[in-house]
Design a protein around this ligand. Structure first.
Ligand code: 13P
Ligand code: SF4
Length: 313
């Protein structure tokens, strides 16, 4: 069976069973093509809070499916491969958050959505890379402080501090994304030499040295819309994020050229899903093996910082 035929079969099954499929921009392109909605972490959280179908298949990493489950406790959230996790989330445990809170009892806790539900339950507000600056500014005003605790991504904390002027104390200072951390200044300099007229876009999960060499720093959705709204004279774009976004933009904007900032910039965790696994789910919707359910006690606490973030966005 060809990929196209399998995709058609899945679209029929999805319609028949009234299932919604959500996918992150880093998903394999053949999954993005059959999804009802493709977006960044913020867009997906916003979408998830407005879904009507009883079953929801989340093609993303586990924290995204957990967020969907927290926001839709009466629905069934399924993940095609339960081994798809975000290693960055492991940098921050609830115990570590409590240690920081003891040390800085007056500071609000801002937690990146790339975190476990138990960590979110310890926080005052969540953020994504799209809204971190806005969230930190607002929470700073609300708590009347000029510093916040921020985790687990130390690079996003640094970026948010640079733009907002609010000190973002990283929890911990080594938290990072293994995909974006591979990008080094020399990769950017090499690409600049090859394509001197290209726009260079990078994700805020990159290190400061890399961000400082870019023309634009933004989340996956911000990069997508930067390209979408660019003038017809802007043809060439060097992209510093996971390859899935480049595949998406190549399809949506065929008149532009996209160059990955380095080879093999792949989030292997995001790529653990495939069409066959989604087919299995669509044919076995009640197989609890793949259902993501956050315990009610945790969900009750974690929903507050997530909803607070959505209210601010
Ligand atoms: P955004 O989709 O919010 O840009 O985040 C990228 C990411 O690493 C998701 O895990
Ligand atoms: Fe986590 Fe980085 Fe993969 Fe995003 S790209 S899911 S932050 S490891």
């Amino acid at each position: 069976m060809t990929t196209k035929q399998l995709q058609e079969e899945l679209l029929t099954l999805k319609k028949k069973n009234q299932v919604t499929i959500l996918a992150h921009y880093y998903q394999p392109i053949e999954i993005q093509e059959i999804a009802d909605y493709v977006g960044d972490s913020l867009g997906l959280s916003q979408k998830v809070s407005k879904i009507n179908s009883e079953y929801l298949i989340f093609a993303g990493v586990d924290f995204m499916a957990e967020t969907a489950s927290i926001l839709n406790q009466d629905k069934h959230v399924l993940i095609p491969n339960y081994e798809s996790c975000c290693p960055m989330a492991a940098f921050l445990t609830p115990e570590l958050v409590r240690e920081f809170k003891n040390e800085y009892p007056d500071l609000p806790v801002v937690v990146y959505v790339n975190s476990t539900a138990t960590v979110k339950a310890e926080s005052d507000i969540c953020c994504t890379s799209s809204n971190a600056v806005k969230v930190v500014n607002n929470i700073g005003i609300e708590f009347n402080v000029e510093s916040v605790l921020f985790g687990p991504d130390a690079n996003l904390a640094d970026y948010t501090e640079q733009i907002s002027g609010i000190r973002c104390i990283p929890m911990p200072d080594i938290g990072h994304c293994y995909v974006h951390s591979q990008i080094k200044p020399e990769h950017l300099m090499e690409m600049r030499k090859k394509f001197p007229h290209a726009n260079l876009l990078v994700h805020p999960e990159c290190t400061r040295k890399v961000r400082e060499l870019a023309d634009f720093v933004g989340s996956t959705a911000h990069m997508y819309y930067k390209v979408k709204n660019s003038s017809s004279n802007d043809i060439d774009f060097i992209i510093g994020t996971e390859i899935g976004l480049i595949q998406r933009m190549t399809q949506d904007f065929p008149e532009k050229n996209f160059y990955p900032v380095m080879d093999k910039l792949i989030c292997y965790n995001m790529k653990k899903h495939n069409l066959e696994l989604i087919k299995y789910l669509l044919e076995n919707l009640d197989d609890k093996t793949f259902e993501v359910k956050v315990p009610a006690e945790i969900a009750k606490r974690a929903i507050k910082p997530i909803e607070k973030m959505l209210d601010f966005s």
